[in-house]
Design a protein. Structure first.
Length: 330
């Protein structure tokens, strides 16, 4: 599907973009891959990595700027929407800015993609959008709903919108593993709560889920990858086995456990071999046999959260992953 296509990724200089771009170039050999983002220095640094590949293009712009988005989408077939204000405390202290990017920006992406005749759009979501406890999660829930409803707006343009949702990305900027690694030599790791659990997904798995969504979507689905969980104390022990831990208390808006599918969504959720799909409740799309495919409906009380997961990553498995990916996190 993506072979010889023109693809644009918003917020493409982030951790996801750094994984998506080389993997997609290698697997699908697209005609064009456009990185749309507002940080010129990050684009300048990323451009050095792809200086010999004329398929990779860079476009300075902000999803808040509808006219600039419209210009960037000229001739684009597929879009990955990864741009967002993501840091929980930043969103809490700058709520207007968070809404402008995560909600207004989402509306701009939807409108301009329909106008440009883009074929399919995959928006990246977060575990924090499921039963949100902070502004970031609330804006991403709103964004998810907008992209789902976008399928009703596309009309004759036939632009399809879907969402990919995942939690803690191992080794990404701002994630706990590189944070703990940076403090390893100090001998003390700050822990918000010893009971805390997190989902563990690699960037490569996140990219593969986006590819799956592009290939599978009819429109309006939320894709959730099946991944293991891990306790925060085991993560700390894997990163710095000799370090002490200092319990500092949970931060405002922070969850004890990550949740990607709440009980409210169970009525519309189907299970597949490697992932779950939350089907849209609007227009009876959750009963559409084409969208359901070979999925199996989950129980009505189903919740997919990091503490109730049946799959757990061991400290030994994480240690092996860290050793293999250490250079990427330096």
């Amino acid at each position: 599907m993506l072979t010889n296509a023109s693809i644009l990724i918003t917020g493409g200089t982030g951790s996801f973009g750094h994984a998506f771009i080389p993997l997609t170039l290698a697997k699908y050999k697209p005609k064009r891959l456009v990185i749309f983002s507002r940080d010129e220095m990050k684009q300048w640094e990323m451009a050095k990595q792809f200086r010999d590949d004329n398929r990779v293009r860079f476009f300075i712009g902000d999803v808040r700027d509808k006219e600039r988005l419209a210009r960037a989408l000229n001739g684009i077939d597929y879009v990955v929407h990864a741009a967002a204000t993501k840091i929980v405390p930043t969103a809490e202290y700058n709520p207007f800015e968070c809404v402008k990017t995560n909600v207004n920006g989402a509306m701009n992406v939807i409108d301009t993609c329909i106008d440009a005749g883009v074929k399919r759009v995959i928006a990246l979501s977060t575990d924090k959008a499921s039963s949100p406890a902070n502004l970031y999660g609330a804006t991403k829930l709103a964004s998810d709903k907008l992209f789902i409803a976008g399928n009703s707006y596309s009309g004759a343009a036939d632009t399809r919108f879907a969402v990919v949702r995942y939690g803690n990305v191992m080794g990404s900027r701002g994630s706990v593993i590189p944070f703990f690694m940076s403090l390893k030599n100090k001998g003390v790791l700050p822990i918000t709560d010893a009971r805390m659990t997190r989902f563990m997904i690699t960037l490569e798995q996140g990219v593969e889920l986006v590819w799956t969504a592009f290939d599978d979507t009819i429109g309006g689905e939320i894709y959730v990858k099946k991944i293991p969980s891990m306790g925060i104390m085991d993560i700390a022990k894997s990163v710095a086995p000799d370090a002490e831990t200092d319990i500092i208390g949970i931060r405002p808006g922070e969850k004890l456990h990550e949740q990607m599918i709440g009980v409210e969504d169970a009525l519309h959720t189907y299970e597949y071999e490697d992932y779950f799909k939350i089907l849209p409740a609007i227009h009876n799309w959750s009963e559409d046999p084409v969208r359901i495919g070979d999925g199996r409906k989950v129980p009505p009380d189903f919740v997919y959260s990091s503490d109730k997961n049946t799959d757990w990553m061991s400290p030994e498995e994480l240690e092996l992953w860290i050793e293999k990916n250490r250079q990427k996190m330096l």
